[in-house]
Structures are given as structure tokens and as C-alpha cells.
Design a protein around this ligand. Structure first.
Ligand code: URA
Length: 282
């Protein structure tokens, strides 16, 4: 990872929470990533909600917007995550399997699994790193400070959070939010792989190093990979900076991220707003 990791001791944990609060205050004063004026795009009716199994967090199934498929991209391919036949045929089955998973030691320290949530037929899939403390507590992805920034980024694209799907590379929180270990990524890979097959997004936006490296099967860092499309099993992947990194980083990195998101919007045929909504106002 190329951004500072969370500290290890209880005192440092308090410091981390304070920093996160500070980040939220700072973020609330930052008018960056404002949503553009939304132009109306005719979309066909959405399919009915699917029933979710009781008892554990499952992907949120929201109304499906119209999907106007765009022509497939010619993009460079990279080695994907290793393939194995998937035993799951619905997102709910994947979520149930995640909820019962004991494949890696993270199951012992989790409060909730975080399978992901959103539109089951999304045009766009965001893949993050792993649940943090808030996500572990609630069983939902990106609900803390980084999640607020991701929501802003999604709105700036002219989309609503419920229109996209948000998943993570790991479905359980690593202790102290440390970087996922290779074995953990490998254990969790079948779940993300199955989700991508079932979601069939037009574009994947990978957030940060672990998601990008897991999807593309590469070891290069996000600063080298961002800004150009790669491919995961024929699906265009746009790597960009992780919102947690952006919370601690410079305006310049926000501008680069916005440039990446604009490429995604362009590819999806979404109306393009101004050059940079992520302006510094402080
Ligand atoms: N960071 C992530 O990568 N995922 C989350 O769900 C929250 C923070």
C-alpha cells in the first residue's frame, strides 16, 4: 500500500478514530466532488427486488436502472485471479457463503462479514480493499469517512450509490485495518470472482493497491496503474486511488482521481461535467 496504515495499540486506535473524525469534519467543509446537474436518461423498468436470506448482511438489491450496453473495449489483458468453477448462482448465495466462511483467520476476529451491496445489475462496480471498523460493525461496505468520500465521488459522476455495486477484495476486516495478506486475498478471491460474474458490470473501478493488484494479477502500484483501462476477463478496469488515501492526500491526487472517473463516465456515455469538482475551498 502506498498510504499510511492504521496504528496497532489501543492509544493509537483512539488517535486513529480522532484522525477519522477530523477527516470527516474536513471532508464536510470540502465541496469537492459535487454532483453535476443530472440530465434525464430514459431507462427501462427495473426488475423486482430479490428476497434476501434472513440473519446476516446480504448485498442490497436496489432498483436496476436502464443499462445501455456500450461496445466492448479493446484493452490490454493481464493475468486474472485463478479460475475455479463457482458453486453460487445468486448474489445472495455468495453472501451466505461469505457469512459462513472460515477459510482464513479473519473469521475469528470479525463482527460481521461485508459481502457488498448495491444494484444487482450495475453498469459500474467499485472494488475496495477490506472492511474497516464501521463496516465490520454494520456489515456494509464503505460506511465510514472513506465511504462518505466514495459517495461524493459517485454523486459527482451523476450516479446514485444505489445504482452501482460496491464490493471489497476481502469480506472480513483485517485487525487494525492492516493491509490484506496474500493468503487472505486468495481465500476471498472466489467470492469476488463470483460476484463479478453475477453482476456482469460494464466497468470495474478498482480502488487502491490490493483491489487493483488482485483483479489484474499484477504487483505494480496504483500510481503506475491508475488513469488507463486494463481488463479483468474482458471487463474494462479503471484503477484509481482509494478514498482512504484521498482523505489524507493532496488536492492533486483528487484531481487525478477525478480524471480517472471522467474516463469511466466517458466510457459509460454519462454526461461529463467540468474539469475538476474536487476543488480545495479551505
Ligand atoms: N475501505 C475499504 O476498502 N472498504 C470499505 O468497505 C471501507 C473502507
Amino acid at each position: 500500500m502506498n498510504f499510511p496504515r492504521e496504528p496497532q495499540s489501543p492509544i493509537a486506535d483512539i488517535a486513529r478514530q480522532a484522525r477519522e473524525l477530523l477527516g470527516q469534519v474536513r471532508e464536510s467543509r470540502w465541496p469537492g466532488f459535487e454532483p453535476p446537474v443530472r440530465q434525464s436518461v430514459a431507462r427501462p423498468a427495473a426488475p423486482a427486488r430479490q428476497p434476501a436470506p434472513a440473519g446476516r448482511p446480504t448485498p442490497r438489491v436496489t432498483q436496476t436502472p436502464a443499462v445501455q450496453r456500450i461496445p466492448p473495449l479493446t484493452v490490454p489483458t493481464a493475468a486474472p485471479m485463478p479460475e475455479a468453477p463457482s458453486p453460487w448462482s445468486t448474489l445472495e448465495q455468495v453472501a451466505q457463503a461469505v457469512g459462513a466462511c472460515t477459510l482464513c483467520p479473519l473469521h475469528a476476529t470479525r463482527t460481521h462479514t461485508v459481502p457488498g451491496e448495491g444494484n444487482p445489475k450495475p453498469r459500474l462496480l467499485f472494488v475496495g480493499e477490506a472492511p474497516g471498523a464501521n463496516e465490520d460493525r454494520l456489515g456494509r461496505p464503505f460506511v465510514g469517512a472513506a465511504g462518505q468520500l466514495l459517495d461524493k465521488m459517485i454523486r459527482a459522476m451523476g450516479l446514485a450509490r444505489g445504482e452501482v455495486f460496491i464490493a471489497n477484495t476481502l469480506k472480513c476486516r483485517p485487525p487494525e485495518n492492516r493491509t490484506p495478506l496474500p493468503g487472505e486475498v486468495a481465500s476471498c478471491a472466489p467470492y469476488l470472482r463470483a460476484q463479478i460474474r453475477l453482476l456482469a458490470p460494464e466497468i470495474i473501478c478498482s480502488l487502491g493497491n490490493p483491489a487493483t493488484q488482485a483483479l489484474l494479477g499484477v504487483t505494480e502500484t496504483i500510481s503506475r496503474l491508475r488513469g488507463r483501462f486494463s481488463s479483468y476477463r474482458g471487463i474494462p478496469v479503471m484503477p484509481t486511488y482509494h478514498p482512504s488515501y484521498l482523505l489524507r492526500s493532496s488536492q492533486a491526487d483528487r484531481n487525478l482521481t477525478w480524471a480517472d472517473l471522467r474516463l469511466v463516465m466517458q466510457r459509460l456515455g454519462l454526461p461529463l461535467p467540468g474539469p475538476s469538482p474536487a476543488r480545495e475551498s479551505e
